[in-house]
Design a protein. Structure first.
Length: 663
């Protein structure tokens, strides 16, 4: 028996399957797609010797018991490929199966023997046996037809061996007795379309009152919805709408001393009236929140809520579940710190508590509550400061019951951490776009995001500003810088958002030199915004968002391609719809202070364009039309009036006559 210790269960299984892709960390995590997308699967499949191999892709939705089959095509060098589509939200699984194909081997050898003039009488009998065995595996008319083919081969009919009809029938009924199957079933999480393409607008409801100094309500915010919708956004994202704590409340400009009228930070969650499932009394009631949500829906906007798992000293959990917080030796609860900074108004959750199971259920219950209120889009605050196992469990449990729910991770942290959160299930992720400004930085970073392995699970959501971040480029670049950053975010990424009205009104004053905090930040006080200001970028934003909606090329990221420019202040890139029927070329002036000009050379092959042909391009921002003198043309961009081109390829020009190509 010892001699058989390492003998495989089936030693006659000759096919090897390896290198299956896409596969994340050995199948530990799922890849991501949206409804209607395709999954292109590759595998390295080979065997000993020279016999032919057959290979197929197996796939199924999670609620289906039986596999669907797609034949894989040999692409050379033992690489095989097949594609399947995902049509419903939820989970799919896929794997690869392969086997020796004796009929294909026999058929190929027979052709060689016939060409060499050899006796093939025995070979025809071998083929007849293979066909007859396939007939035994088949049924009905197929079985009868295969028996006829077998009889024909026994009778010496060589033309039967070359029949494509016979070959197709044999492929339907292979002998899978010794088939090899990849050792893992790989998963796909399929989300609704908004996971791939969305346009976010962040709004503080408390700053929407008609009069300066009055605390806004949901009713006030509801009146702001037509304005937001008119700019082409489809998500209105609200910072935390919960009661704000009173102990150690922060004052204006993050002061540790609050005046009596200071409203505090919405992220300091909880007071005696409630916590994460309660609503700030000055915003309104749950009924009024629902009225706001329904009005947003009627305006084409989905409401996203902020989930911030942290508590003030006033939060009910500090009394009801003190074991969920870490205590110091003097018995007090440990507040948040980033030495030397202290945040006495915030108590972080202790994920190492012995009562972690009860804690997990309590936190998931917050999502459950708001999902019951028809909220299925969440922006999660600082998820990288909470335990990874919790997120994997929580998101997995929620999406199993509510696959339509989407999660945006606000994690400005190290790359490995942001990637891990995406693998664990976050549908979208904030990025480092906020700090990528030069042509080299943007090219390198977005090539990594859209062409590297992370694209299978990491969906970028680009934000040129947030309530926490006023980047230096917006502090010093003036109106042109806001236009450039908006244009980059909206065209480099299919998902992007802005913190408004600060963005469209050009809010650019930092708290102090070198700081990325806003002076008089809305995080700590009520603001009164003049949304009708003639200086507003609302019309420019509306035009850009309309272009996004009307062009499928800008609604996904994987076809992003950068093109050569001879001026480092000009960046050129393109996107194409999956069917190549919509091609968009973007050229942007990265220098917000000066006119920049230069030559752009397009990579025609990557665009699917015929080399050497001139084409007409329509500028979707200005409405102008241009003849692009292939493949190199001159571009000049004035930051104050035209910071960039968004060019749609309209038609080819062929000799003296032109004809429509892309419409």
């Amino acid at each position: 028996m010892d001699k058989l210790k390492h003998v495989p269960l089936e030693g006659r299984q000759r096919v090897v399957i390896e290198g299956v892709a896409p596969e994340i960390d050995g199948g530990r995590f799922a890849i991501k797609r949206t409804v209607g997308d395709s999954v292109e699967v590759q595998a390295i499949v080979f065997a000993d010797g020279h016999d032919s191999i057959a290979c197929e892709l197996l796939y199924r939705a999670a609620d289906e018991a039986d596999w669907l089959h797609a034949p894989m095509t040999a692409k050379g060098n033992d690489c095989w490929e097949a594609v399947f589509s995902v049509s419903v939200i939820g989970r799919y699984f896929y794997t690869v199966r392969a086997w020796m194909d004796p009929f294909q081997t026999w058929r190929g050898d027979l052709k060689k023997r016939i060409a060499a003039g050899q006796d093939i009488s025995v070979d025809l009998l071998i083929g007849a046996k293979l066909v007859a065995e396939a007939g035994e595996r088949a049924g009905g008319e197929d079985a009868a037809r295969l028996r006829e083919w077998a009889d024909s081969l026994r009778a010496g009919n060589t033309s039967a061996a070359e029949s494509e009809e016979l070959l197709a029938s044999m492929r339907l009924y292979p002998d899978l007795t010794l088939a090899a199957q990849y050792q893992r079933e790989l998963a796909v999480v399929v989300d609704r379309e908004k996971a791939r393409f969305s346009t976010w607008y962040e709004l503080f409801p408390r700053s929407t009152a008609a009069e300066a100094g009055r605390h806004g309500s949901f009713a006030d915010a509801e009146k702001r919805l037509p304005y937001i919708a008119s700019m082409g956004f489809d998500v209105v994202y609200l910072p935390p709408i919960h009661p704000i704590g009173h102990q150690f409340r922060k004052g204006k400009n993050n002061s540790t001393t609050a005046e009596g009228s200071d409203v505090g930070s919405p992220w300091a969650i909880g007071d005696q009236t409630g916590g994460h499932t309660a609503i700030h009394s000055e915003l309104g009631t749950l009924k009024q929140f629902q009225a706001f949500r329904k009005a947003a829906q009627a305006a084409g906007l989905e409401v996203a809520l902020d989930i911030a798992f942290q508590c003030t000293p006033d939060h009910p959990w500090t009394r009801e579940h003190p074991e969920w917080f870490r205590r110091r030796p003097d018995g007090t609860i440990q507040y948040a710190e980033n030495p030397p900074k202290k945040y006495q108004d915030i108590y972080p959750i202790d994920f190492e508590t012995p009562q972690w199971r009860e804690l997990w259920e309590g936190l998931k219950g917050v999502f459950d509550y708001w999902i019951a209120q028809d909220i299925v889009l969440f922006r999660v605050d600082n998820p990288h400061t909470k335990a990874f196992p919790f997120w994997e469990w929580c998101i997995g449990a929620i999406k199993e019951e509510h696959p339509e729910v989407l999660f945006l991770a606000e994690a400005f942290t190290r790359p490995h951490v942001t990637n891990r959160l995406a693998k664990l299930g976050f549908s979208q992720s904030y990025t480092y776009f906020t700090w990528r400004n030069t042509k080299a930085e943007l090219t390198t970073y977005f090539t990594e995001l859209t062409q590297g392995p992370a694209r299978e699970y990491f969906r970028a959501n680009l934000w040129p500003n947030t309530p926490d971040i006023l980047p230096q480029v917006l502090q010093i670049g003036g109106r042109p810088a806001f236009m450039v950053r908006l244009l980059l975010a909206a065209t480099l990424g299919a998902n992007y958002g802005i913190y408004g009205p600060a963005f469209e009104l050009g809010e650019s004053t930092p708290r102090e030199p070198g700081s990325e905090e806003y002076l008089n930040s809305e995080k700590y006080e009520l603001k009164h915004w003049d949304i009708e200001s003639p200086q507003s970028l609302r019309h420019f934003i509306a035009r850009v968002n309309r272009v996004r909606r009307e062009n499928p090329a800008l609604q996904q990221d994987w076809t992003l391609k950068f093109h050569e420019t001879d001026n480092p202040n000009l960046i050129c890139y393109s996107k194409a719809s999956p069917d190549a029927g919509n091609v968009i070329i973007i050229v942007v002036n990265l220098d917000w202070g000066h006119t920049q000009a230069g030559w752009v050379t397009l990579d025609y092959a990557s665009l699917g364009l015929e080399p050497g042909k001139t084409f007409e391009a329509e500028d979707l921002l200005s409405g102008g039309r241009f003849l692009w003198q292939a493949p190199r043309d001159y571009v000049e961009l004035v930051p104050d009036s035209l910071p960039g081109h968004v060019l749609r390829v309209r038609r080819w020009l062929k000799t003296e006559r032109d004809f429509d190509y892309y419409l």
